[in-house]
Design a protein around this ligand. Sequence first.
Ligand code: CDP
Ligand code: MG
Length: 152
Amino acid sequence: MSNQEQTFIAVKPDGVQRGLVGNIISRFENRGFKLVAMKLTQPGQAHLEKHYEDLNTKPFFAGLIKYMNSGPVCAMVWEGKDAVKTGRTILGATNPLASAPGTIRGDFALDMGRNVCHGSDSVENAKKEIALWFKPEELTQWNHHSAAWVFE
Ligand code: CDP
Ligand code: MG
């Protein structure tokens, strides 16, 4: 398991509107993950359709794209041990009603179509999503000063 695994995490437009960006960033910082890239962006419909292309036959697809395109998204790359799976655990289940308290969705959401955040579901998809949302030069390279206190 790599300490340098990266995942793509986004605060969706409802999370930005509701002022949850700072809280969500804090959860990843507090856990020991390193922020590699971040931007507030409105990438537009074509980009969002590409991001969710695996879901384009689902009945909720059009509504999902409209929701994602309704305001800015805070796009981030976080790095650390088991970042993809642990990132999903921090987010909670897709349906907020099934999300445990203490997760982002379990603390802040009720509806599947307003579930506040996105996280990559596999290392392979994380690589694709990071490449879709960030140019290579936007991905920083730095050593976290706490690394030795986070990793054995
Ligand atoms: O975001 P996550 O990976 O947990 O779930 P997904 O299955 O990849 O679905 C992507 C997003 O579509 C969800 O986060 C929801 O915002 C939305 N969705 C929905 O509105 N209705 C569903 N039945 C399933 C997903
Ligand atoms: Mg997904």
